[in-house]
Each structure stands twice: as structure tokens, then as C-alpha cells.
Design a protein around this ligand. Structure first.
Ligand SMILES: [Zn+2]
Ligand SMILES: [Zn+2]
Length: 263
């Protein structure tokens, strides 16, 4: 069995309302040492915090405002709320970022909300979880500028350009891959090799993006090993080696206390 950390999962999603504790138990049984439960809205962060409280030392949580909801982002109200979640134990700010594929919020509002959360992460000295889709240029300049100031973060569920990945890596960031890399249509193994050993993360992004052979089903953290194995294949490394990397990197990035993890 492969030990691993799921660095990005939406366990607060209603998709898990019927069997959340079973999903978490299956993750543990499958070798998970920690799960980072993403609060992609303040309501989700509140639910994520409650889940973390039920599973101390195993589930941690984050708090932020997703680019889809940037239109309703209110800097004063929302930054104070994220700040309060961090004071209550949130390990990161986010997910936040830019999504020009769906454009659910106007781009100027997305940029404003993203910048404000990068500034907050700087203030709080916490990592940022970043969602970026078809917004490479704007993401690159904002991430690079924040990184230069010492903000560390993760490009999550990354499938974007090599240039953006390199710029983020240059300023000390991490790159996290999801089940997408197990799909037949995935062709960019070069991207999977471009990330150095000490910056590589793996995630479920559950309930979305179940890896092969579970594709199309509701995803869950227990299936992250499929993604770890695929990363190992691309990097010509053993799955055990890559699993140890993602554990160590998740611990360093999010400041997780993981009992019994290899150093
Ligand atoms: Zn995302
Ligand atoms: Zn997400």
C-alpha cells in the first residue's frame, strides 16, 4: 500500500453529505496520511473546519474565495472572514485565482479578489492555493510578483503552460497534479518531469476528476495513488519514491504535522 497525502480535496462538497465519514475512512485505509480539505468559499471553509475538527491530525482545511465567485467578493468582509478561519487553524488561503475558461465572474473582479488574497497570504505568512485556467499571463505576473515578496503557494490541478509552471517554481512554489494526468488524452509528461522533487504535490480535487479507471464516477481521496503512480511512471521513479516526495512536500508547504511519515 502506498502512503500519500491528498493536498486538495473538496470534502465539504454536498456530494459527500451522505457518506463523508466513510469516504474519509476509505482514504485512511488506502494509505492517506493527511487530507487538505479546501474551503473554496467562506461557507465551504466553515464546513471544512467542522470536518477537520472531527478528524484531528488527519484532515486540515483552507479558506478562500474561488474566482468563480469573485464577483461577490467583498474585500473588507471576506478578508476578515478568511483571517478568522486562519486564526481558527486554516493552513492556507484559497482556493483563489483566475478562471478565464468559465469566466463566471468578470476578469477585473477575479484579478482584484486574487490580488487581495495574495496580499492576505503575505500578511498572514500562509501558503496560497491557486486555481488557474486559461489565464496564464495574468496568473504568471501575479504569482511571480507575490513569490518575489516571499509568498509561497500551490498551482493546483495544474495542466497549464510550462512557462507559468517554471515562473512559479522559480519563486519557490509547488505544482500539484490531479487525476487528469491519468486520462488517455493526457500527453504532456514533460510537464510532469519539469517539477523538481521538492515541489511536487498530488491531489484528488474530489468530487471531480476521478482518475482512470474510475473516470466519470464521483472522485474520492482514496484514489490519489493512481495519480501518484502515473507521476512516477512519467518521472521514471518508483511509486513509493514519488509518494514519499508528495508527503514530505505537503508537510513542508502546508506545515502539516504528519505522524509516522518518512522524512
Ligand atoms: Zn480549482
Ligand atoms: Zn479545488
Amino acid at each position: 500500500m502506498l502512503a500519500f497525502v491528498d493536498s486538495h480535496t473538496h470534502l465539504a462538497d454536498p456530494a459527500f453529505d451522505a457518506d463523508r465519514d466513510d469516504v474519509i475512512a476509505r482514504a485512511r485505509d488506502a494509505g492517506a496520511l493527511a487530507l487538505v480539505c479546501i474551503g473554496e468559499s467562506l461557507a465551504a471553509a466553515e464546513r471544512a473546519r467542522a470536518i477537520a475538527v472531527r478528524h484531528p491530525g488527519f484532515v486540515s482545511f483552507t479558506a478562500g474565495v474561488h474566482p468563480h465567485d469573485a464577483d461577490t467578493f467583498d474585500a473588507e468582509r471576506d478578508l476578515a472572514a478568511i483571517r478568522a478561519e486562519v486564526a481558527a487553524g486554516a493552513v492556507a488561503v484559497g482556493e483563489c485565482g483566475l478562471d478565464y475558461h468559465y469566466d463566471h465572474s468578470p476578469r477585473d473582479r477575479q484579478i482584484a479578489a486574487f490580488e487581495a488574497q495574495l496580499d492576505l497570504a503575505y500578511d498572514l505568512e500562509r501558503p496560497v492555493v491557486v486555481h488557474t485556467r486559461e489565464a496564464a499571463d495574468d496568473t504568471l505576473s501575479l504569482v511571480y510578483e507575490a513569490g518575489k515578496r516571499g509568498v509561497v503557494g500551490v498551482l493546483h490541478c495544474y495542466t497549464g503552460s510550462h512557462d507559468l509552471a517554471r515562473a512559479a517554481l522559480d519563486v519557490g512554489w509547488y505544482v500539484s497534479f490531479s487525476g487528469i494526468v491519468t486520462f488517455k488524452r493526457w500527453t504532456d509528461d514533460e510537464l510532469l518531469r519539469l517539477v523538481p522533487d521538492d515541489r511536487l504535490l498530488a491531489e484528488s480535487d474530489a468530487p471531480y476528476l476521478a482518475p482512470t479507471p474510475h473516470r466519470g464516477k464521483r472522485n474520492e481521496p482514496a484514489w490519489v495513488p493512481r495519480t501518484v503512480e502515473r507521476l512516477a511512471q512519467a518521472r521514471a521513479a518508483t511509486a513509493e519514491h514519488v509518494a514519499a516526495l508528495v508527503i514530505d512536500n505537503a508537510r513542508r508547504c502546508f506545515g502539516l504535522a504528519i505522524a509516522g511519515a518518512p522524512r
